[in-house]
Design a protein around this ligand. Structure first.
Ligand code: ADP
Ligand code: MG
Length: 300
């Protein structure tokens, strides 16, 4: 997936794990005012684990897990894989679902034992025009405040209704805080983060990373709208570098003044970026800025 032009990159950048696809992107990196990071998989590890389950109206937590795992069984989303893996670990093979349908950036739905269910985040609740019941709000607040993603199991028969909630934790990468501090010391004015995840989760992660009032968090952004955050920052006269790893980051990477694909990434992300970091260590972004400041041209 990595084009041949990369092979002309100097030993200097290659050694630092910086693959330069577009030399102008490196030139521009020194003038960048804002660095916008994708959250999941870029600032966090993107490896979710189930941290809690709650049933609404006294519903059994095992039943919530069982149904949620069945609904998620056909989804490739990392949140879905985590729920299915957790169920498998506790109970072995799960129930089967049929008529699976994805609601991109919101959740999924499927039929289990002849009944229709959905699993999704706050955006899905809003779309269905429902709210989580009061007896779940304590758990939901605790989980979100810790930065965990909360998904709801929803029964769709005779009017949509929340049946339970599952919390999924994703660790912030240990190097991420340093990466943010590093960029500031290299003169970057604004650090920003973008995610499809809930506001409370995004804010908790931002606080963990030492975001200040000058920084910015774009939360509950639908995959197809991610590039609009880049445009929003640019419309304020800021030069923007976008850092991401996923398929839905590609339009944002392409729109940014400097697009940086990180880690293994996806082919689409790599194609849309001017710079590719070989490792998933976000401190590499500071490395790109340094390379740019040192005068990349002088090194080749
Ligand atoms: P991110 O930008 O953080 O990678 P996505 O756009 O992939 O996030 O997903 C955004 C939100 O949509 C998730 O936080 C979750 O609430 C919901 N969602 C997406 N896919 C699923 C799924 N398979 N099951 C449940 N919820 C999902
Ligand atoms: Mg991602």
């Amino acid at each position: 997936a990595i084009p041949l032009v990369i092979s002309i990159t100097t030993a200097v950048s290659a050694k630092a794990g910086i693959l330069v696809k577009d030399r102008l992107a490196i030139e521009r990196m020194r003038t960048v005012d804002a660095v916008l990071f994708d959250k999941t998989g870029t600032l966090t590890k993107g490896e979710h684990t189930v941290a809690g389950i709650a049933g609404a109206g006294g519903r059994d937590t095992d039943e919530v897990l069982h149904l949620a795992a069945a609904v998620e069984s056909d989804s490739e989303h990392p949140l879905a894989r985590a729920i299915v893996a957790h169920h498998g670990h506790e109970h072995g093979e799960g129930a089967h679902a049929t008529d699976f349908r994805s609601r991109t950036g919101k959740g999924v739905e499927a039929t289990v034992d002849g009944r229709r269910y959905a699993v999704g985040g706050p955006a899905l609740l809003r779309e269905l025009g429902i709210e989580a019941p009061d007896d779940l709000s304590g758990d939901v607040e605790t989980w979100s405040g810790r930065g965990a993603t909360v998904l709801y199991l929803i029964g769709l028969e005779d009017g949509a209704k929340v049946l339970g909630a599952i919390a999924l934790e994703d660790e912030v990468r240990p190097e991420a805080k340093q990466a943010v501090a590093d960029l500031r010391s290299l003169g970057v004015q604004k650090i920003a983060m973008i995610t499809g995840d809930a506001r409370a989760v995004a804010d908790a992660v931002a606080a963990d990373l030492g975001f200040t009032a000058d920084d910015e968090v774009f939360a509950e952004v639908l995959p197809e709208d991610k590039d609009r955050a880049v445009a929003d920052l640019q419309s304020r006269g800021l030069r923007v570098a976008m850092v991401g790893d996923g398929v839905n980051d590609a339009p944002a990477l392409a729109r940014a003044d400097v697009g940086i694909a990180i880690g293994a990434g996806t082919d689409v992300a790599i194609e849309s970026a001017g710079v590719v970091l070989a490792s998933s260590d976000p401190r590499g972004v500071g490395g790109v800025r340094r390379l740019s400041k040192a005068g990349y041209r002088k090194m080749v």
